[in-house]
Ligand binder design. Structure first.
Ligand code: SF4
Ligand code: SF4
Length: 361
């Protein structure tokens, strides 16, 4: 449903918009929207602009991947162009720039790369998460200069509302900088009279909550009306890989003979490899089970697709679940319709509602 410009102005002036954006129901909807990116949606493409991050979050696999010698690099022109070429050949409507690990804004060419995806006519949504450490004035200007910005969804993640908690969660002492950067962005958006929603995902200790006023006073002093704060106090321990005081263990959803929807997503890694999925758990330290190729040309994506089908069929027909997927709390069963299209055998009764984790990014 589209809201006309006049109706939108009325909503803004009357203050109703502000109330709506702060309501718990809208926040729940917003979080579901983020989760839907991983669920019953068309499959997407993930492009990792950089495998480098400027944080060391204790709830993320990045510190372990870094420690284990996983290459730390920005995507090359050649790998990026090839990924775009493959995407053009087999269009999908969603492109995500925050797969697995790595920080988008540390790649100085991030805006140019994001613009390339925004310009693809068949793409209707481009999104990324950033930790806002590098959200300096130059990057704010780059963000606001993007064309086709109506297709873009940006979320920032941060830890708590004080320096100590941030440092304990993000492994770096950057709270003041992050708060300053997010405030600066909202100030510019408010000054320009923008109405683009911007999410701020505030990570907290399990079960903790803070007041909205505290969040606004910390990150949105300008009172930008479309700041959307989410309190994430249920971070997953990713099946034990990042277990600690800030994470919880989720009850796993049954996954027998039902491949995950995420297995149909492709990730173009910064080093040119092609992986399946792209969630935080798809590349556990030491595992390459979901790596399905290296992008050199069209034949490579076709081969990766073949590999993807083989893995999905083995899961569906022999319950041969890839190791990362056995313990992954983000698992989303492929839609029943998709499964029926592929085979006629009845599906197992595994659709008990299970709480999904919040995003560890
Ligand atoms: S279950 Fe596997 S494919 Fe699904 S989200 Fe987890 S790692 Fe990705
Ligand atoms: S969660 Fe995101 S910001 Fe934190 S270390 Fe991992 S990739 Fe970096």
């Amino acid at each position: 449903m589209r809201i006309s410009a006049g109706a939108r102005r009325l909503l803004i002036r009357s203050g109703v918009a502000k109330l709506l954006y702060r309501s718990e129901a809208v926040k729940r909807f917003y979080r579901r929207w983020i989760r839907d990116r991983l669920g019953d949606q068309p499959n997407n493409y993930n492009i990792q602009l950089s495998s480098i991050c400027n944080a060391l979050c204790v709830f993320c696999t990045y510190p372990q991947l870094k420690e284990s010698g996983t290459p730390q690099l920005h995507i090359s022109d050649e790998s990026f162009d090839r990924a775009i070429e493959l995407i053009r050949k087999q269009p999908r409507p969603i492109v995500c720039f925050t797969p697995t690990t790595g920080e988008v804004l540390v790649n100085s060419r991030w805006a140019e790369r994001v613009q390339t995806a925004l310009d693809l006519p068949f793409v209707r949504e481009v999104y990324f998460y950033s930790n806002a450490i590098s959200l300096n004035r130059k990057n704010i200007d780059r963000l606001l200069a993007l064309k086709n910005r109506e297709k873009l969804r940006v979320n920032f993640s941060t830890g708590g509302t004080d320096r100590e908690l941030y440092h304990a969660m993000y492994g770096v002492d950057r709270f003041d900088k992050v708060a300053r950067n997010i405030n600066a962005l909202f100030e510019v958006l408010a000054e320009r009279g923008e109405s683009v929603p911007v999410g701020v995902d505030v990570k907290l200790r399990p079960g903790d909550r803070v007041s909205n006023d505290l969040l606004e006073n910390t990150y949105n002093k300008a009172g930008y009306r479309y700041a959307q704060f989410i309190q994430s106090n249920e971070l997953s321990d990713l099946g034990g890989v990042v277990a600690g005081e800030f994470t919880i263990r989720y009850k796993l959803q049954a996954r027998d003979n039902r491949p995950c929807h995420g297995l149909g997503n492709f990730r173009f890694a910064a080093n040119g490899d092609i992986w399946l999925c792209g969630c935080a758990f798809s590349e556990p330290p030491g595992s390459t089970e979901l790596r399905v190729g290296h992008a050199k040309g069209w034949a490579d994506l076709a081969a990766a697709e073949e590999h993807q089908r083989t893995l999905a069929d083995a899961w569906r027909d022999h319950n041969d679940v890839p190791e990362p997927c056995k313990h992954c709390p983000i698992y989303q069963p492929e839609p029943a319709s998709a499964a029926r299209e592929r085979r006629s055998a009845p599906l197992p009764p595994s659709d008990r509602p299970v709480r999904l984790p919040v995003l560890n990014h």
